[in-house]
Design a protein around this ligand. Sequence first.
Ligand SMILES: NC(=O)c1ccc[n+]([C@@H]2O[C@H](COP(=O)([O-])OP(=O)(O)OC[C@H]3O[C@@H](n4cnc5c(N)ncnc54)[C@H](OP(=O)(O)O)[C@@H]3O)[C@@H](O)[C@H]2O)c1
Length: 279
Amino acid sequence: MTGRRCVITGATSGIGEATARALARAGAELTLVCRSPERAEATIARIQDEAPDARVDRIIADLSAQAEIRQAAAELLADPRPIHVLVNNAGVVNIRYSTTVDAIETTFAVNHLAYFLLTRLLLERIQQSPDARIVNVASDAHRFSRMDFDNLGHESDFGWIKVYGQSKLANILFTRELARRLGDGVTVNALHPGGVRTNFGANNAPRLQRVLMTLGRPFLRSPEGGADTAIWLASAPEVAGTTGEYFASRKRRSGTRASRDMEAARRLWEVSERMTGLD
Ligand SMILES: NC(=O)c1ccc[n+]([C@@H]2O[C@H](COP(=O)([O-])OP(=O)(O)OC[C@H]3O[C@@H](n4cnc5c(N)ncnc54)[C@H](OP(=O)(O)O)[C@@H]3O)[C@@H](O)[C@H]2O)c1
């Protein structure tokens, strides 16, 4: 990865940090998009402990706020360096209904619209790089949901599994539609990292679920194991020409029928453009 620059969201813990560390060890130059300056600096210090020569910087943005995503993209584009790889990874799972400053249900805003908006704003720059890749961290939780275009926020019938699953289904549909629109050139793939021992959901899970999560921890993958497919998609020569696919454990997976519905993918693209002001 020497000579290649990777932009990674949500690199301050879990799968994103493990991905960043591995790519830095492999020689990549990194820009981390993080919401907390303190956590960003601590992550950079951990990366440089392992890879003292690594060139790593950070941009601060809360990805639940579209104005901050636009500001982050503007900062990235003001920097003349190329972008070879974009890893969209930052994500949340929320137990209760909440909305962002843009009045959008938070899970959908962070897990899908942030991937969509950041990618679209950076796309021209990414397209200028040889063997450019976009990697979207999705989840097999997409199996629990379908796209409910008339009720995306689920304000009156909120259920965290349904809402989280819908956002991860959106990751796969976005991947397939972007690949279709891009054709050859930049590749874009999605992945399921497995069940991974991270901070995910730890802050806002109900008590019973926290207990279950603690009991289940020994059976989950390490963050390094969870990051493996993302690192592979971002860097391996054997997937250089592969695009529009969904992977788990480095194997191509078909995903659910809903995740292969190209009419839903096209509709999601249009809805996302309207919701992010890109139309
Ligand atoms: N863990 C699993 O079992 C699992 C399974 C399937 C899929 N996934 C997916 O894997 C991805 C990473 O999750 P993880 O398990 O590594 O969880 P994690 O340890 O909680 O990491 C989530 C990352 O996203 C960042 N983030 C969250 N909200 C943000 C916001 N509004 N703005 C900017 N950054 C934000 C967090 O930043 P802070 O440090 O500031 O909180 C953190 O860096 C997610 O997309 C998730 O859906 C995870």
